[in-house]
Design a protein around this ligand. Structure first.
Ligand code: IPE
Ligand code: IPE
Ligand code: MG
Length: 236
């Protein structure tokens, strides 16, 4: 295998551990999220510098709606701040931003700002930053199945037409390659309804570091570890 086999085109991250970071310091959970938002900025910049073409960050899951109203509204306020601040930085760094997830669950002003950022950065080519917001992978897969069923019912396709490519094209991530590497911070070793279809052959990396403590040095060392792995895709 040559080095180029391990090209890291798409990095996906489950940014976990904000609450525990705050708890360890006797702070409210919202402070952990605030610190975590700073880590987001550092990692977006670092990933671009390291040549990552697609970066997908899990910011809020469909299940996270079940958290307390206080925590959800703190997270939404942080999101508002992030969406406002970010355009200049995204433009300067050639970053295109896209969002995946159930948008209609979010407040109108947030939905509008998301659409605005997507439009304003659509021509940027250095890196695509994909934010998974109100995202759930099972829901995404079910909605793909619904779209396909509707096409079949209309007679536009027949069952034999359904294949991996068509199914992938019905997902939110249709224009992106599958993740090559998935990192989860905070020590939990689970996927929590993230990109279930897309990570079929991703390399997984779990680090005990809490997200607010994560940084570019650790990212670089994880990428180094990834580069040494042998991806076999079922072959020998
Ligand atoms: C990740 O940190 C951020 C979100 C899920 C929104 P958590 O809030 O899950 O932090 P822990 O896991 O409770 O430490
Ligand atoms: C996954 O973290 C979701 C995000 C990081 C946005 P959670 O903290 O919600 O996951 P569980 O509950 O530990 O599985
Ligand atoms: Mg968590």
């Amino acid at each position: 295998m040559t080095d180029t086999d391990n090209q890291l085109r798409h990095l996906a991250i489950i940014m976990d551990g904000n609450g525990r970071w705050a708890k360890k310091r006797g702070l409210p959970r919202a402070m952990g999220h605030r610190k975590g938002a700073e880590t987001v900025k550092e990692i977006v910049r670092a990933a671009g510098e390291m040549g990552v073409r697609y970066l997908t960050l899990y910011a809020f899951s469909t299940e996270n709606w079940q958290r307390s109203e206080e925590e959800v509204s703190a997270l939404m306020d942080l999101l508002r701040q992030y969406l406002k601040y970010d355009l200049k930085e995204l433009q300067e760094n050639g970053v295109r931003i896209i969002f995946i997830g159930e948008r209609r669950m979010l407040d109108d002003d947030i939905i509008r700002q998301m659409a605005h950022l997507e439009e304003a950065t659509a021509a940027n080519e250095k890196m695509t930053l994909c934010i998974a917001l109100s995202y759930g992978s099972r829901q995404e897969i079910v909605s793909a199945a619904q779209k396909i069923a509707a096409l079949a019912k209309r007679g536009d396709i027949s069952p034999e037409d359904v294949d991996i490519k068509m199914f992938s094209d019905m997902l939110y991530t249709k224009d992106m390659p599958d993740p090559d590497l998935l990192i989860r911070t905070s020590g939990e070793q689970r996927i929590s309804n993230y990109l279930l279809w897309q990570i079929a052959y991703a390399e997984l990396f779990f680090t005990p570091t809490l997200w607010p403590d994560f940084g570019k040095e650790e990212l670089a060392s994880i990428i180094q570890n990834f580069n040494q792995r042998e991806r076999r895709y079922g072959k020998v």
